[in-house]
Design a protein around this ligand. Structure first.
Ligand SMILES: NC(=O)c1ccc[n+]([C@@H]2O[C@H](COP(=O)([O-])OP(=O)(O)OC[C@H]3O[C@@H](n4cnc5c(N)ncnc54)[C@H](O)[C@@H]3O)[C@@H](O)[C@H]2O)c1
Length: 254
């Protein structure tokens, strides 16, 4: 992919299923990967795997819901690795429940991670990119944010919000030629999906999801990084404010 070599790339949620796959892909592209996660050991393990494969990576323990902590971590990355050229907002969290069975403390947690997390990251990183007139942002939303998803009401609220926010940032950053885009995975086999669909009922939900996907299978973490790398590359320099689903044809939005 053009223009990724030696670029500093921040990936949030880098210890998770999709975040690991994205981080490793940037490692293979010759980027320097800063892995942000609450799970410090997990992020360090992925960083070590990237380095063992000949890439460059460093893990950072970051809680993306902590505004001050995010600003401090971003400053540290720039001191240690250089200017951040690509931001991938990938961290996310949910538990499956019908909305009427949920309570406010649960909403607060979902909103803090899935909405305030990306807000904090954009605030800290985009200011620096805007000053330099250079950079790329790829936000990982979800098909839940495009078409809704039963038992994921507050999560869908956040993911839809992230899509609208991305389009607005794409407009605000256009003068600096900084593309901001969204990738929406469909159901993908990761710990997050296991969290959503547990036990016997969970297996039935997963089987129903597979049936609904025209390609006839669940997504794998490795299905996502190609689109993310493309949107971060020079080949996508004139693409901004766009939403791409990677879901085996599950969502065909116009
Ligand atoms: N798996 C799916 O079916 C699916 C579908 C659509 C969208 N997505 C989205 O893809 C992204 C990655 O999801 P995944 O399936 O790989 O999930 P995952 O649970 O495997 O990984 C999420 C990672 O985010 C980290 N994280 C959670 N809260 C954090 C915080 N406050 N600060 C820093 N890190 C934090 C976790 O420690 C974990 O490593 C998420 O944004 C998710 O919403 C996933």
């Amino acid at each position: 992919m053009k223009g990724l070599k030696e670029k500093v790339v921040v990936v949030t949620g880098a210890a998770g299923g999709i975040g690991t796959a994205i981080s490793k892909r940037f490692g293979e592209e010759g980027s320097t990967v800063a892995l942000f996660d609450l799970n410090e050991d997990g992020a360090a393990r992925v960083a070590a795997e990237i380095e063992a494969a000949g890439g460059k990576a460093r893990a950072y323990r970051v809680d993306i819901t902590d505004h001050e902590g995010v600003h401090a971590a971003v400053a540290r990355v720039e001191e240690e690795l250089g200017p951040i050229e690509v931001l991938v907002n990938n961290a996310g969290w949910d538990m499956g429940s019908f909305f009427l069975q949920t309570e406010k403390p649960f909403w607060d947690k979902v909103v803090a991670i899935n909405l305030y997390g990306p807000l904090n990251m954009h605030h800290a990183v985009l200011r620096r990119m805007a000053e330099r007139g250079r950079g790329r942002v790829v936000n990982i939303s979800s098909d839940a944010g495009r078409v809704g998803s039963s038992m994921e009401a507050v999560y869908s609220f956040c993911k839809g919000g992230l899509i609208a926010f991305t389009k607005t940032m794409a407009r605000e950053m256009a003068r600096q030629h900084i593309p901001v885009n969204v990738v929406c995975p469909g159901p993908t086999a990761t710990p997050l999906l296991d969290n959503l669909a547990q036990g016997e009922k969970g297996e039935r939900i997963k089987a129903a999801l597979v049936k609904a996907v025209p390609f006839g299978r669940m997504g794998e973490p490795g299905d996502i990084p190609g689109t993310v790398a493309f949107l971060a590359s020079d080949d996508a320099a004139f693409i901004s404010g766009q939403v791409i689903s990677v879901s085996g044809g599950l969502t065909m939005a116009g």
